[in-house]
Design a binder for this molecule. Structure first.
Ligand SMILES: [Zn+2]
Length: 431
């Protein structure tokens, strides 16, 4: 399982390789970047490397410190095959099977394996302090079961509660010598300053659109035209593009395109339509399905070992208890629907579709070949109705709406303002 499976992240990988080669691997890492760009995959490869008993290891005893100082220039490339897990030893075998006792993935839904019934029944929107205490802080002080190291990989670290982050501070500051903590987050800004300052930060880049197109086609996920459309919407995330292939975005593309014409007649009605379309667009599944989805690019590579259930005196009781838990969780999810992040992702996606379609219209209006994101005829109709300058105004209105959503502005107002700005830009007087 070579590190080279991770594509187009050479800058991030070189930083870690240099640290490994120097023999001064930091014990607390923060990997940031959009989900689906390879953070999780690389973190898992790194975890396996750290646990492998027969790893290829050219570590040298370097006296140079400060490899990860923020002002440090890009390290020189090193031979990419020098450091790797062997892929064949008992540790690698256990890691691949998801049974390595020294690998501790912290992920959403782990609360269901917490000994406390109350914690089990909670909706797992965050990594709570109880989950972090039990699965990380209590475990980190114990010696590794197999002697080499212990690795804690916290997925979606932006979901760490404030209490959980505060509880982790001392461990992040001085992890026990045998332990490594890897936090994965969308952005460092989503963590407390005290948390991120204790981690060595490695940023993962957006993937090139051409690579995403090529991967979508190679995986048989979609045809070339759709692949280009989805790559344009994915913001450099292969994981997001893969999820889009399972969502409604292609099916709803024409509806979004039609809204670019209706907005000039009925801006506020179109605003409401956009908000409904945004709910349809997102291909993100509820968290419980995602956990078991082997294809999800950010999911753990193998099912994780389940902590042993507490002993129960009667099997009938055990069955009843489990049913209670499942029912409670299901009811909860029916009541609350998709979580706030999923809803926001749908709104972001709708704006991205609007921007992509307007971009095609702009290219046609400017006499440049469109990216074939949509039926050329329909983009041409928009281009015929408005000048390039007016279409540019509409695109800027979409960008403004994207920024306002990032700032958590009122969603209804953001879409109303966008619709009014678009109706002015694309309306009859603009022709
Ligand atoms: Zn190995």
């Amino acid at each position: 399982m070579p590190f080279d499976d991770v594509k187009h992240q050479s800058a991030a990988m070189e930083r870690v390789r240099r640290a490994l080669q120097s023999g001064r691997m930091p014990h607390a890492y923060l990997f940031t970047g959009r989900p689906g760009v390879g953070r999780q995959l690389f973190a898992e490869r790194l975890s396996q490397y750290l646990l492998c008993a027969a790893r290829r290891d050219d570590a040298v005893d370097s006296e140079d410190g400060g490899l990860f100082a923020p002002s440090e220039p890009m390290p020189l490339p090193v031979e990419p095959t020098v450091l790797d897990a062997c892929g064949a030893c008992e540790d690698c075998r256990m890691f691949a099977a998801g049974t390595h006792p020294d690998y501790h993935p912290i992920y959403r839904g782990l609360n269901r394996h917490h000994p406390d019934k109350g914690v089990q029944k909670r909706k797992a929107l965050e990594h709570s302090v109880e989950v972090i205490r039990h699965f990380l802080l209590d475990a980190v002080t114990l010696r590794p079961s197999r002697g080499r190291a212990k690795v804690f990989l916290v997925s979606e670290a932006e979901r760490l509660s404030i209490g959980a982050q505060n509880a982790m501070l001392k461990t992040l500051e001085e992890p026990p010598g045998h332990s490594y903590l890897i936090l994965i987050a969308s952005s460092a800004d989503e963590l407390l300053p005290t948390t991120r300052s204790r981690c060595h930060h490695v940023a993962f880049q957006a993937l090139p659109a051409d690579f995403i197109v090529q991967e979508l086609i190679a995986r048989g996920a979609t045809d070339p035209d759709e692949a280009r459309f989805l790559a344009a919407l994915s913001q450099g995330s292969l994981g997001a593009a893969m999820q889009l292939t399972r969502g409604e975005v292609v099916a709803q593309r024409d509806a979004v395109l039609a809204s670019l014409r209706s907005v000039t007649v009925d801006p506020l009605g179109t605003s409401r339509q956009w908000q409904e379309l945004a709910k349809l667009l997102t291909g993100f599944k509820p968290p419980d399905e995602t956990e078991d989805d082997d294809e999800a690019d950010e999911a753990p590579i193998a099912k994780v070992k389940r902590p042993a259930a507490p002993p129960k005196s009667k099997s009938e009781n055990a069955v009843d208890d489990d049913d209670d838990i499942d029912d409670a969780v299901d009811d909860d999810e029916i009541e609350t629907g998709p979580d706030a992040r999923t809803v926001r992702e749908g709104q972001r996606l709708l704006l991205a579709v609007l921007g992509a379609l307007l971009g095609d219209a702009l290219r046609i209006a400017a006499g440049v070949a469109p990216h074939a994101l949509t039926e050329a005829g329909q983009a041409r109709a928009i281009a015929a109705g408005a000048s390039a300058r007016r279409i540019g105004d509409a695109i800027r209105a979409v960008s403004a709406a994207e920024r306002q959503l990032e700032l958590n502005a009122n969603v209804g107002l953001v879409f109303d303002a966008l619709a009014i700005a678009m109706s002015r830009a694309l309306g009859a007087r603009a022709a």
